[in-house]
Design a protein around this ligand. Sequence first.
Ligand code: ADE
Ligand code: ZN
Length: 337
Amino acid sequence: MHDLREFIEGLPKAELHLHIEGSFEPELMFELARRNAVPLGYASVEQLREAYAFSQLQDFLDIYYQGMSVLLEEQDFYDLTRAYLQRVHAQNVRHVELFFDPQGHTDRGVAFTTVIDGIWRALQDSQREHGISACLIMCFLRHLDQNSAMRTFEQSLAHRDRITGVGLDSSEIGHPPSKFADVFARAREAGFRVVAHAGEEGPPAYVHEALDILRVQRIDHGNRALEDPALVERLVSEAIPLTVCPLSNLRLCVVDDLRNHPLKQMLALGLRATVNSDDPAYFGGYMNENYLAVQEALELTREDIVTLARNGFEAAFIDAPRRQALLHELDRYVATQ
Ligand code: ADE
Ligand code: ZN
């Protein structure tokens, strides 16, 4: 285990499932609340952290939306994104695909351009300073209606060159992928990559819908796909990557114990699973903590760890030269460690 810890820490990795608003650490949240004179509703960082006891996705989402309400200025989005990138740079993350929730901001009166300008400036700084490649995936909030998603989609077109893909997040149960068929069709026509959260809390039917109706290229989470053998076969044969988030699954009670996490089974079934952090400030860990926790709980081998890292680079929305460079970096690391 000790050797594997060092191996994981130095391993070049890709993060493909990260909500930038979920990387908002309480210390920075308090600082920005003060800077913007927005009341947070908690007396201290400690009191806020104590509220991070969730028994399901909705418990978390309620606090997550409250937390992001202190983000008002371009500099706030810059500081948030910059802090995340500094942390994952220290963990040898080489490529990131960031989700952001425009409706969580525009519905509070913050302009789309304020959000994306701040995030983008931080991505560019990290690319220049650390060589981290990055892209942006705009998520639609599934608890809102499709008209709201469509208005957001239309606003995003002014920033088309900075947005790689669209996704679907927030409260899953009761909000199936089919609710967003039209906006995803428009996004595909406009050339966006498409992903969706499915099978985190929702049933395997939602994963089917994400594939059949939204035509997603990756499934975010996908845990409950394992309940449906025909669906597993399809995900394997179509080589659809799953962006799996172990500590998130534990903290949101998708699994009762990491020793019962399906990641190892996913690999054994031939699924293209990747490891990601989801909302690291809320779930107790960034990339390395997720890899380490799941390695220990499931007794993953060095080969399993390399497969997971390789899957991340193979599932990333990057061009062929960048993919080759990252896979080469991984191969070199593995050969010398
Ligand atoms: N938004 C942020 N994190 C999420 C998650 N784990 N599931 C659904 N929506 C989210
Ligand atoms: Zn997520």
